[in-house]
Design a binder for this molecule. Structure first.
Ligand SMILES: Cc1ncc(COP(=O)(O)O)c(C=O)c1O
Length: 416
């Protein structure tokens, strides 16, 4: 059993009541210490095992610049995995140098490529055809392409990002040509990237993935006489969303991955640097949503209405994702199963399905766990609902890091 690292904090009923009274609900709350622990755990597992390595935090997971700044304070060398001009902007706001960022778009538009090039990001192309678009703007010093190794793995099919059903990357049999074209264009420095799925807790999968990546880089190196500066394994380093799931052991995993990488090179200095692009494993378990019970209904099923619905947290409605939920304060034993839903006029609006839960009353506070990654970042304005506020918790001190959106904010672009 892996009890959630923030479980104890939720027993602090006065603090949760204070946060709710000060900022209102639904409220995203992030815990500073947990961010530090997550960054340090990755850094201390990666650096001793690889001669050269680099962490590009996946900004898409959560782009709040206060949180990015915090990550940078724990790891000053951190870069960003950016997939849009907005994510480059967020990284810069936090003081992260775009020259340490990897830009991975897909079906990249000319304006997006132009910005990434101007900012000096490492550019990672999703297809050989993207190279022509890029060259029409300028020739970068270095390039990487995204490999689709023919297999991928993710918690859900929707977050499996390689294999035959994935829209991402270049199939292994075509990737040599992409590098030939880049070489012909005069590009001299190279990397290779592969992100094959999100939410993996199976260490063997990462071994299989790196083995496939190195098989491809060695083939390209020998056919083209080039040297890869780096290979990026992408993100996908999972976190437990349930007590019965076991977290990855990064120390032993990176040791095993370094064995895979260095077994292919006589000298470690000849091997490419190992890059990773963690999203969930840095920010996922650091954030939770504080929400209020707004209504209870016995229909064909029992429903608990919350002020946080699919507009606040999309993952359950989008993938059927499971998020642990706890009643704040005296909770008692489970008393039946409930569907937890929000205020949205859409029947997919669910936070949990058939969840065993203690007795609840209107006004009770509930925490929805593991909302730090792809929580706020995927929240939206459906039903013209303003987005939640975000708060950073340092011990019992709290700081508002994004104010709650107002209805007027939603209409600022409409000149009526
Ligand atoms: C290119 C790329 N890198 C990194 C990530 C981060 O993945 P995760 O949050 O699973 O670590 C993603 C997520 O979609 C991605 O698309």
């Amino acid at each position: 059993m892996n009890i959630h690292p923030l479980r104890e904090l939720l027993n602090d009923e006065p603090l949760m009541a204070e946060l709710s009274a000060t900022y209102g609900t639904p409220l995203y709350i992030y815990v500073k210490d947990q961010i530090g622990q997550n960054v340090n755990r990755l850094k201390h597992a990666l650096e001793p095992n690889f001669n050269q390595s680099h962490i590009c935090y996946a900004v898409k997971a959560n782009s709040n610049p206060h949180l990015l700044k915090l990550m940078k304070s724990y790891h000053p060398e951190i870069g960003g995995d950016c997939s849009s001009p907005g994510e480059i902007y967020a990284a810069e706001l936090a003081g992260i140098d775009p020259k340490k960022c990897l830009y991975t778009g897909n079906y990249e538009s000319e304006p997006d490529l132009r910005l990434a090039l101007e900012k000096g990001c490492y550019i990672n192309l999703d297809d050989a055809s993207s190279l022509d678009r890029l060259l029409s703007i300028g020739t970068p010093e270095r390039i990487s392409f995204r490999l689709n190794p023919g297999f991928g793995k993710g918690t859900f099919s929707q977050i499996t990002t390689a294999g035959e059903n994935a829209k991402f990357g270049i199939p292994a049999e075509k990737i040599v040509n992409a590098y030939i074209n880049a070489q012909k264009a005069g590009i001299q420095k190279f990397g290779l990237q592969c992100m094959a799925g999100s939410g993996n807790l199976d260490g063997d999968y990462f071994i299989e993935l790196l083995t496939a990546i190195i098989h491809n880089t060695k083939k390209i190196e020998s056919e083209l006489g080039i040297h890869f500066e780096f290979v990026s394994m992408g993100g996908g380093w999972g976190i437990p969303y349930k007590d019965e799931e076991t977290p990855l052991d990064f120390d032993s995993l990176f040791k095993n991955l370094s064995d895979v990488l260095y077994s292919h090179y006589e000298n470690k200095d000849e091997a490419p640097a190992l890059w990773i692009e963690p999203g969930k494993s840095i920010i996922g378990n650091t954030g939770f949503i504080l929400t209020t019970v707004t209504g209870l209904k016995n229909s064909y099923k029992n429903y608990v209405g919350l002020d946080a619905g699919m507009e606040t947290l999309m993952r359950p409605a989008l993938y059927g994702a499971y998020h642990r939920m706890y009643k704040i304060g005296e909770s008692g034993k489970s008393n039946g199963a409930y569907d937890f839903t929000g205020p949205i006029c859409e029947n997919t609006d669910r936070i949990a399905f058939d969840r065993a839960f203690p007795t609840l009353e209107e006004g009770d506070l509930i925490a929805i766990m593991d909302a730090g990654a792809y929580g706020y970042a995927m929240s939206h304005n459906f039903n013209t609902r303003p987005r939640a506020a975000e708060v950073l918790l340092d011990g019992r001190n709290h700081q508002l890091i994004r104010r709650r959106e107002t209805i007027e904010d939603i209409f600022t672009g409409c000149d009526v």
